[in-house]
Design a protein around this ligand. Structure first.
Ligand SMILES: C[C@H](O)[C@@H](O)[C@@H](O)C(=O)CO
Length: 469
């Protein structure tokens, strides 16, 4: 649920305002009803804005409620300087909303106010039409979700477990830039804390986790790389990280893993999969975005996708391009959230399709990798990357595809079979993607959130770069 401020701007001539006030108020009633119907809280200015003094005072009153987004409503012709004063008293994201009505020139009011705001460089969104129409409401809700995501980042903390993995420049960001651009602080935590604390997890808790995984997933012990003891070590690591998340009030995280933990302790695949999942062996829980290889811009992208969609977010390597099918194998080095196996609310339904395989030669410490083939469906794929120090959100539309067990296996065996795979058709020519995409990792959520990402970028002053399309 978002908190949405609402001000209706009117005509500055007293005799005109008197005649149109009821009409303007009724349009505000309709907007309130539509937004409340969509599950949001609306904070209305007590009075319609028809003087300069009311513009500032009413906007200040609404701003005191710290709304996620403020809407200026134009259902009648509105003097533009009222919008300028009200915008000046509105610190958060702003949307101008107008009717399309031949009698009352609200649309002209919106264009005049919008142009004035453009002149002073004040970022705002614009929506037009009747909010009772689901299509118009849908366009308004895009701005609500984008504002919630941007507001949700501000004041949050990223937990960075370990440092730069295997020389990856793209996994490391500048903390000054993170705070100034996104409002996110970074807490540095040594991976030693995972090792130390994992030993303190009670044997009963680790055993219960293992038995739950053995019951619901398909565990392939081999007596060497994957034993019950190693699986319990992975479960203990999960609980150790959960404890650190609570202790440091972390909102999202990344774990380096390679090479120290994957060579000498165990992989973080179970930890990362179940932090990203909406459940674990102890029941339902909120997702906690966690990036493999402590990839900071990955985690930040994932957190934005989570705040927009509410769903678990996929982290993957751009591992292979099957040119004959024009599809990509997005296979992370050991885990995808298990939710992606069937995208079911029932963990058992997802885990039925999950295989815990002994880790491959890259990871001599052993443990289970979390293998499954992602369920098909439309996806939004994205990644924050940097060019010459400036952030850009690279976005591509796509779909996960499923070819049946036999072909899936044949495709997965061409790369690292034991890792999870999402066979992805991307709405961009391969040559364009490979020439322009600025990282080895990509992230995804089900559905189409391109419009939300574009608004998020405008609010953050980050470049929006759609690949393909
Ligand atoms: C093979 C390496 O160990 C993997 O970690 C590598 O494929 C990556 O995941 C790079 O992001």
């Amino acid at each position: 649920m978002a908190r949405i401020g609402l001000l209706t701007i009117s005509d500055g001539r007293d005799f005109v305002h008197r005649d149109i006030a009821d009409w303007a108020r009724s349009s505000e009633d309709a907007i309130t009803a539509a937004l409340e119907g969509a599950g949001h809280e609306v904070v209305r200015a007590p009075e319609l804005v028809w003087t300069n003094e009311l513009a500032s005072s009413q906007a200040r009153l609404v701003a005191e409620a710290r709304p996620d987004l403020t809407i200026f409503n134009y259902s009648v012709w509105a003097f533009p300087h009222f919008s300028m004063l009200a915008a000046d008293a509105t610190p958060g994201p702003l949307v101008l909303l107008s009717n399309i009505d031949p009698v009352q020139p609200g649309m002209v009011g919106m264009l005049a106010a919008g142009g004035a705001l453009d002149q002073i460089g004040r970022v705002h969104g614009r929506v037009w039409g009747d909010v009772a129409d689901p299509e118009t409401l849908g366009r308004l809700l895009v701005h609500v979700r984008a504002a919630q995501a941007v507001g949700g980042l501000r004041g949050s903390t990223f937990g960075r477990f370990g440092g730069r993995p295997m020389g990856m420049y793209t996994a490391v960001a500048n903390t000054d830039q993170w705070l100034s651009t996104f409002g996110v602080d970074v807490e540095e935590i040594d991976q030693w804390e995972i090792v130390r604390r994992s030993e303190l997890v009670s044997p009963a808790r680790a055993k219960e986790g293992r038995e739950w995984l053995e019951k619901h997933a398909n565990v392939h012990y081999d007596g060497k790389q994957l034993t019950p003891e190693l699986l319990e070590r992975q479960i203990r690591s999960y609980h150790a990280v959960r404890e650190l998340i609570d202790e440091w009030n972390l909102d999202f995280s990344g774990i380096k893993g390679q090479p120290e933990l994957t060579t000498h302790f165990t992989t973080m695949d179970i930890t990362e999969a179940f932090l990203n999942d909406p459940y674990d062996w102890e029941g339902p829980k909120p997702t906690h975005v966690t990036a493999t290889e402590s990839d900071m811009d990955a985690a930040l992208t994932m957190q934005i996708l989570k705040l927009i969609s509410g769903d678990p977010v996929l982290f993957a390597d751009v591992r292979h391009y099957h040119a004959d099918r024009d599809i990509w194998d997005l296979a992370n080095s050991g885990q995808h959230a298990t939710w992606y196996a069937a995208r079911s609310d029932d963990p058992a339904e997802n885990l039925r399709r999950v295989h815990l395989y002994p880790e491959v030669f890259f990871f001599p410490a052993g443990g289970a990798s979390v293998h499954h083939i992602a369920a098909p469906g439309e996806m939004t794929l994205a990644r924050l990357t940097r060019h010459s120090g400036h952030y850009r959100m690279q976005v591509v539309r796509g779909a996960f595809e499923d070819y049946g067990d036999e072909v899936n296996e044949q495709l997965a065996r061409q790369s690292t079979f034991e890792w999870p795979h999402a066979f992805t058709r991307m709405d961009v020519p391969a040559a364009e993607f490979l020439s322009r995409f600025g990282a080895n990792h990509i992230h995804a959520v089900p559905g189409d959130y391109l419009a939300e990402l574009e608004q998020v970028c405008r609010l953050l002053a980050v470049d929006y770069q759609r690949l393909g399309g």
